[in-house]
Design a protein around this ligand. Structure first.
Ligand SMILES: C[S@@+](CC[C@H](N)C(=O)[O-])C[C@H]1O[C@@H](n2cnc3c(N)ncnc32)[C@H](O)[C@@H]1O
Length: 272
């Protein structure tokens, strides 16, 4: 079931201009499945213990449901969430087997308790500040049940260094095209300025423009942050075998068992 509520987007710039409006949502769906498809086998491996205990998977920034589909087809129970209603409409249509498809806007919307929290396609990097990213990570760690699994990717500070400023790249399909200009206005901000084209039924073309600001963070700090929320995590260039693009880092963690979180630290047992 797709749950709706009035539009509220926590984005920089014009608050009335949400990211991933209908045309960009469609183009992303048609042309950018490769990232979720590449990550899916590794994420499924990480989530095997969750599948065995029929745990609940919360997906953040699900987009049009490419990873969601892999999870549901593997037998997972999934709550798929995103800020963009256009993306959620697509997920709702593409993945009818999801437990729920609902709007969840990071970083402030409450997350339901979950046995795994997953996110690919650097959804957290769309937040306006490093503090907002840290807040979202802390909320995810707090929402995890004991021994729950965290697996998400996000843009490191090095993301910008691997891309040439002011480069323009294009991708095209039969009935869509996208032209993107990269900008690095600050060392910790990466901007995509996109012109999105879709063919109308009468053969004419329409255009929409979106600007996305991604915040880049020092991902080496994230394990310490998560440890303060009972999640032991590592940061690396892959969820397993599939290499992520340079500068995109995989955060993989596990929430401590309930008993371990409560237990006092063992006393030193000297032999002398
Ligand atoms: C690059 S897309 C990736 C989509 C999908 N995970 C995939 O890999 O195909 C990033 C997604 O993050 C979502 N997003 C951006 N800001 C968000 C926010 N504040 N809260 C939740 N989702 C957000 C976007 O709507 C978009 O669907």
């Amino acid at each position: 079931m797709l749950l709706r509520r009035p539009l509220t987007y926590a984005q920089p710039g014009d608050m009335n201009t949400p990211y991933y409006r209908p045309d960009l949502a469609l183009v992303h769906d048609r042309g950018f499945a490769f990232h979720a498809d590449g990550c899916a086998p590794d994420i499924l491996t990480l989530l095997e213990p969750i599948l065995q205990r029929r745990g609940m998977v919360l997906e953040l920034g699900c987009g049009s449901g490419h990873l969601t589909r892999h999870l549901v087809e593997a037998g997972h129970r999934v709550i798929a969430t995103d800020a963009s209603l256009a993306m959620l409409d697509l997920t709702h249509d593409h993945v009818p087997g999801a437990e729920a498809v609902r709007q969840l806007v990071l970083p402030d919307d409450p997350m339901p308790p979950a046995d795994a929290i997953v996110s690919v396609g650097h959804a957290l990097s769309y937040l306006p500040t490093r503090h907002a990213v840290h807040h979202a990570l802390a909320s995810a760690a707090d929402a995890l049940n004991p021994q729950g699994v965290l697996a998400l990717d996000l843009c490191d500070l090095s993301w910008g260094a691997h891309r040439s400023e002011e480069a323009t790249v294009g991708r095209v399909g039969d009935d869509w095209a996208i032209v993107t200009r990269y900008l690095l206005p600050k060392p910790d901000v990466f901007v995509r300025q996109m012109a999105v084209f879709l063919r109308n039924d009468d053969g004419s073309w329409r255009r929409d423009d979106e600007r996305h600001d991604n915040v880049l963070v020092d991902t080496s700090q994230i394990p310490t942050l998560l440890a303060g929320h009972s999640v032991q995590a590592t940061v690396g260039p892959s969820f397993g075998a599939y290499p992520l693009p340079e500068g995109l880092m995989a955060v993989v963690g596990q929430k401590r068992p309930a008993a371990a979180a409560r237990a006092p630290q063992p006393l030193s047992t000297g032999t002398g």
